[in-house]
Design a protein. Structure first.
Length: 285
């Protein structure tokens, strides 16, 4: 039955808390390490390793409360999954790149890899919470322990990691977990993994149990859609209309995907996800 695919409590206990960004314990790494180009997501061009002009000396963003209004929605939806504070406080022992400029290049390199590892940890904890993926829980737990161990290596060892290869191996395991979880769908599920669905009207498309991994859903109309058991890993939901949609049992849905989409008070969310503030502001207008 579909209901059996509800999430159980994440495993191991306490790990999820370390996968939440704590900007107070970071050194503004996301504001420096990443490059971005002027676009609908970013108001300016910025090179990799160049500090954003909005980054203050105390490592806080000077326009944090107005990112969307000032042309930086890409920053508003960004999540490092706790990689920033791990790199700042554990890998580099609290030494910041401004007072210790010799660490800057390596720190930014390590941060980009650490973020990939932390995102994998998040997905693995989600997979371990899927009841129907229980036959894979041993493999998932082993992969989680291995990945968590990699995050505790020294800076040079992390920089030398083949994070892409590790990610591909984990993704294959996560896909198996997704297939087990989605097997609870009553009909043959839609497979639109990686599909170009930009601006598509999907209100009448049966999406329960669908494979939408990596699908381009930019501006798609998903109003009132039942996305129970749908796998949304890596799906691009920028400006997708989720008003009234049921997301309670979606698989691998990230908070940043919600932040990039449109929704309302009738959008039903999965456990441990919060309703984006800009949804609430739009509802009050």
């Amino acid at each position: 039955m579909v209901e059996n695919a509800e999430h159980t409590e994440p495993h191991p206990d306490g790990l999820r808390g370390s996968l939440r960004a704590d900007c107070e314990r970071c050194f503004g790494l996301c504001c420096v390490a990443h490059a971005f180009a002027a676009s609908a997501d970013f108001a300016i061009d910025k090179d990799e390793g160049q500090a954003c002009p909005n980054l203050r000396p105390d490592f806080h963003c000077g326009i944090h409360r107005d990112l969307r209004q000032r042309g930086f929605p890409g920053c508003a939806v960004y999540d490092c999954f706790g990689a920033g504070q791990k790199v700042a406080q554990v890998t580099f022992g609290g030494r910041d790149w401004r007072r210790h400029p010799q660490t800057a290049g390596r720190m930014f390199q390590v941060f980009t890899i650490m973020r990939q590892l932390h995102e994998l940890l998040w997905y693995l904890t989600e997979a371990l919470a899927l009841r129907q993926a229980q036959p894979l829980h041993g493999e998932l737990a082993a992969a989680l322990d291995e990945t968590e161990g990699l995050t505790r290596l020294g800076p040079d060892a992390i920089a030398a990691l083949d994070a892409a290869a590790h990610g591909r191996a984990i993704d294959a395991l996560l896909l198996r977990a997704s297939e087990l979880a989605r097997s609870g769908a009553r009909r043959r599920a839609l497979d639109r993994g990686g599909a170009d669905l930009v601006g598509a009207d999907l209100r009448r498309t049966p999406l329960r149990g669908a494979n939408l991994r990596g699908a381009l859903l930019v501006g798609a109309d998903l109003r009132g859609a039942d996305l129970g058991l749908a796998d949304l890993m890596g799906a691009d939901l920028r400006a997708a209309d989720l008003r009234g949609a049921d997301l309670r049992r979606t698989i691998f849905l990230l908070q940043p995907q919600l932040e990039a989409a449109r929704g309302d008070l009738d959008t039903r969310l999965p456990p441990a996800r919060s309703r984006p503030a800009h949804w609430l502001r739009a509802a009050r207008r």
